[in-house]
Design a binder for this molecule. Structure first.
Ligand code: ZN
Length: 271
């Protein structure tokens, strides 16, 4: 079985193209899916974006992103929940397959990791009724543990699945090869993930990696066995898109036409 349909996560060309150009680029390159970030979505306007995406015949494989729940005080946590409610409404308007959740790191100055994890769970519980009512799946994305302090205290697929089981209907996982490839429990956890994978994000891990956030590689240029992880996802019932999400100062300098051309090529040969 080959990889699922290709999708462009807009962050891949973020310094070069706005959302309108991404939509046109996907249509021109025969890429059937798109996954916008909320900043480019806001710049275009949600209703206009929903219309243009629909007119271009693209499916929205995710909206990036909700989450970022932990905060130093109750007011900060309340504001985060409000922002997540807006994100759910946007995902609903776009008919997105999911809202990708980057759950947040430690509040500034805090060393209380269990406390931050509790804030994540509380935040998810608070917004879950709206997500269910809107038919929006909250796709919990475990992030590589190197980002535990500042981006996500949710670090492994096993942890994400534990949360899904605790929270129930309306939750799933966003599986990003960059974040899970190193995990010795990956195979065992993928068997648990059946029916819960809401998104599959692809890029590659370069050696050496010069920036732990903004030096992701094009699929095939690094050390991740992407076809193996993709096959595990398919064995767990995932039949959705392969969404290319490359945060990279190097790729942001490239001509987007070339990035999309290469994405299509590597989707066929390295995914
Ligand atoms: Zn991702």
């Amino acid at each position: 079985m080959g990889p699922g349909p290709l999708s462009l996560n807009t962050v891949t060309v973020k310094e070069r193209w706005d959302l309108a150009e991404c939509i046109e680029g996907c249509a021109r390159h025969g890429i059937p899916g798109i996954s916008p970030w909320r900043d480019v979505l806001a710049a275009m306007g949600v209703d206009a974006a929903a219309r243009r995406i629909r007119e271009a015949g693209l499916s929205v494989t995710g909206l990036c992103r909700g989450g970022m729940f932990p905060a130093a005080d109750a007011e900060g946590r309340r504001r985060a929940i409000e922002d997540n409610r807006r994100a759910i409404a946007e995902a609903h308007a776009l008919q997105a397959a999911c809202l990708v959740m980057v759950c947040g790191g430690l509040p500034p100055g805090s060393k209380d990791l269990p406390g931050a994890r509790a804030m994540v769970r509380d935040g998810l519980e608070a917004i879950l009724p709206e997500a269910r009512a809107a038919g929006v799946t909250l796709a919990l994305e475990p992030l590589h543990p190197m980002t535990c302090a500042d981006r996500s205290v949710l670090s492994t697929l096993g942890q994400a699945l534990d949360l899904c089981e605790a929270l129930g209907e309306g939750t799933g996982v966003a599986l990003d090869v960059y974040h899970v490839w190193w995990d010795p429990a990956l195979e065992a956890q993928m068997a648990r993930a059946a029916g819960r994978i809401a998104a599959f994000h692809a890029c590659d891990w370069l050696v050496p990696t010069t920036d732990t956030v903004f030096d992701r590689g094009m699929m095939g240029d690094g050390v991740i066995d992407i076809p193996r992880i993709r096959a595990l996802a398919q064995a767990a019932g995932y039949a959705g898109a392969v969404e290319v999400e490359i945060l990279s100062h190097r790729w942001w300098r490239e001509e987007p036409e070339e990035v999309l051309r290469l994405m299509r090529e590597r989707h066929a040969t390295a995914c």
